[in-house]
Design a protein around this ligand. Structure first.
Ligand SMILES: C[S@@+](CC[C@H](N)C(=O)[O-])C[C@H]1O[C@@H](n2cnc3c(N)ncnc32)[C@H](O)[C@@H]1O
Length: 274
């Protein structure tokens, strides 16, 4: 099979599997392509397709495997993030959450006050790191950014993403249960605190119906948990009782009947306490 036919088949398979992003398609093509050096003195040669890799990729796409887990690359808020199975693939819907956090952070900073931003359940670090990148070095002078996840694997990925994005020193990452480490609450440096969370939100009935490849993101990342919700509430109350001014920005799901992924609507709750 020649290169054009291979690519056409790959293209068809990619879109048949309901993938919609041309950018991800380009990443897949790049992933299966290898550069062959023809001559060191005459330039770097041509691009060819690694057919073994190609066959494997087509098979994975046919099974509905997410392209982001094939290339280990996902996009969020204009930045690229390393991801791997078991760690949530950042979703473009969550970019709105970043907008809310940035608006709130800028509002507090404009009043001449410093602020702590806490991303609970950070996964690949998408929310915390996008906030850091958007605020830029100048904007970060009076901002503390903390990111937590119960999954040590997620924190490892998030730390790596921080290095890739050149902001390793700007976020304090913790493996923590919501924001508790061995039962002790993480205490923010500043009195104004913005807590952001794209928490695990899927009800059990939706989760059990998910295709296997979606479940690769992990139960911990997807399945709604009472334990998470009650610890989250307890943490917010603890901070408020200690005199912190806490704003929570939480991405949630509203489930309409009949239950289906298509009728699940994302909602943002912004709960501000002056
Ligand atoms: C829906 S994912 C969101 C990931 C990331 N914030 C994003 O939007 O791309 C939920 C995340 O919460 C984490 N998580 C689940 N339970 C947790 C807990 N008790 N404490 C901290 N993180 C938790 C999961 O590991 C997962 O990374």
């Amino acid at each position: 099979m020649n290169r054009t036919r291979l690519l056409r088949e790959l293209f068809d398979e990619f879109f048949r599997a309901q993938n919609r992003s041309l950018k991800l398609y380009d990443d897949i093509v790049q992933f299966i392509s290898t550069r062959r050096v023809v001559s060191k003195t005459q330039g770097d040669g041509t691009t060819v397709i690694d057919v073994t890799k190609y066959k494997k990729v087509v098979q994975l796409l046919r099974k509905g495997y997410p392209p982001e887990y094939i290339t280990s690359k996902a996009y969020f808020y204009g930045y690229s993030f390393w991801v791997k199975p078991g760690v949530y693939i950042p979703n473009p819907f969550t970019e709105k959450l970043v907008d809310y956090v940035l608006t709130e952070a800028r509002r507090v900073l404009a009043q001449g006050q410093p602020v702590t931003i806490l991303d609970i359940g950070t996964g690949s670090g998408a929310v915390a790191l996008s906030v850091v990148k958007e605020l830029g070095e100048g904007g970060l002078r009076r901002v503390e950014v903390i990111a937590t996840d119960k999954s040590a694997q997620a924190i490892e990925v998030a730390r790596y993403n921080a290095r890739r994005l050149g902001v390793a020193g700007s976020v304090a990452f913790y493996v923590a249960d919501v924001a508790f480490i061995e039962g002790n609450a993480i205490l923010p440096r500043y009195q104004n605190v913005i807590i952001a969370s794209n928490k695990p939100y899927l009800p059990k009935d939706v989760f059990t119906r998910l295709p296997r490849h979606v479940k690769l993101q992990g139960k911990l990342a997807l399945l709604r948990s009472r334990d998470f919700d009650s610890k989250f509430k307890a943490y917010v109350n603890l901070l408020r009782n200690k005199g912190y001014r806490v704003t929570t920005v939480v991405e949630t799901f509203r489930n309409r009947k009949p239950v289906s992924a298509k009728v699940v609507v994302r909602r943002y709750n912004v709960d501000y306490e002056a």
